[in-house]
Design a protein around this ligand. Structure first.
Ligand SMILES: Cc1cc2nc3c(=O)[nH]c(=O)nc-3n(C[C@H](O)[C@H](O)[C@H](O)COP(=O)(O)OP(=O)(O)OC[C@H]3O[C@@H](n4cnc5c(N)ncnc54)[C@H](O)[C@@H]3O)c2cc1C
Length: 310
């Protein structure tokens, strides 16, 4: 798998740093975490804070996978509308999932605040846009369904949407005030740094090449060393490499592209997404938000617009 592309905006603009040297000996821990993305770093942080001995093993660098390359929207739900989730999962489990996802941004922004993570966190809500009349109907239906399950989403008409986006191209929008945006690589590194401060060992450039049961626990093999662990968390996502037994995640490839503009002039910045919100388009499938709208940092980077298409 390719290394981090050097032109990657997140890599170029990250201010969080974490030191994770390669594993250099055998270890005995309660929890071994394989993979240093959001999942692995957040789990290592939580387990270490509860007093467990933890070793996190990352094949490349912290945030190498999806966590250092994504769009940075901190969403409060799935793409699927609530009725579809309830129909597929049943009332009890479906409501539980909706509730957990609805509370996710509060959890993420709470963690950022507690651990002092410098990741340009902006919690002004996100806009879900309709660029066709059919999209507006879809949003109205999502609005009804969302309100019914307790989501505080608001439906905006075309004029209000134009005011908030700086564009008259849209038929309306759904505002989710719970959501927001982060610089994802910085968030991931910040989680890792906090996990380390809580006592977790972090080892980068340490690809796990073998995993097997050993007594009541597990034996993890990486870089010529062995880690004995009471429990293992596999957090390798679709970036999984190195071993396929006893588990290997399966996934479906979806094409996606992301780009960032050059920094925008102040006049344009005041007009386009003045509240610094992220937005998602229904139908065409794209997201956009003003990078650098959170905490001030390098002014040369301030005010870029980033977009992604699916
Ligand atoms: C283009 C794109 C845009 C997205 N946009 C958003 C968004 O706006 N908002 C949102 O919430 N989500 C978004 N996502 C989804 C989000 O990025 C992922 O859900 C999240 O990053 C997954 O985190 P993770 O820790 O599970 O996995 P990853 O971050 O992928 O981490 C897996 C790690 O495992 C490591 N690894 C693999 N094999 C081994 C091994 N053998 N030994 C050791 N380490 C190993 C990899 O190197 C990698 O670092 C997006 C995803 C993509 C691809």
């Amino acid at each position: 798998m390719e290394e981090f592309p050097k032109g990657n905006l997140w890599h170029a603009s990250v201010s969080e740093a974490v030191v994770a040297p390669p594993l250099d000996g055998d270890l005995d821990v309660e929890l071994a975490v394989i993979g240093g993305g959001f999942t692995g770093c957040a789990a290592a942080l939580e387990a270490a804070r509860r007093g467990a001995s933890v070793a996190l093993l990352e094949a490349r660098e912290i945030g190498h996978g999806g966590s250092g390359r994504n769009v940075g929207l901190v969403n409060a739900g799935l793409w699927l509308p609530p009725d579809q989730i309830l129909a597929q999962m049943g009332e009890t489990e479906g409501r539980r999932l909706i509730e957990v996802l609805g509370g996710a941004p509060a959890r993420v922004f709470g963690l950022i605040e507690r651990e002092g993570i410098a990741c340009e966190a902006t919690r002004n809500g996100t806009l879900h846009l309709a660029h066709a009349a059919s999209g507006a109907e879809d949003l109205a239906s999502r609005h009804r369904q969302g309100n019914r399950v307790g989501a505080p989403v608001q439906l905006l008409d075309a004029a209000e949407t134009a005011r908030r986006t700086g564009s008259e191209a849209f038929h309306g929008a759904l505002l989710d005030p719970r959501a927001g945006t982060v610089q994802p690589l910085a968030y991931c590194r910040g989680l890792a740094r906090a996990a380390q401060a809580a006592g977790a060992r972090l080892h980068g450039s340490t690809k796990v090449t073998g995993l097997s049961r050993s007594g009541n626990g597990w034996e993890v093999r990486a870089g010529g060393h062995r880690v004995r662990a009471g429990a293992v968390l596999m957090a390798t996502n679709a970036y999984h490499e190195g071993f396929s037994d006893p588990f290997r995640p399966s996934y479906v490839a979806v094409h996606y592209s992301q780009f960032a503009t050059a920094p925008l002039p102040e006049e344009m910045r005041a007009r386009i997404l003045p509240g610094g919100r992220g937005l998602l388009g229904y139908g065409a499938g794209y997201v956009l938000f003003p990078h650098g709208s959170g905490r001030a940092h390098d002014p040369r980077r301030h005010g870029r617009r980033r977009g992604a298409g699916r």
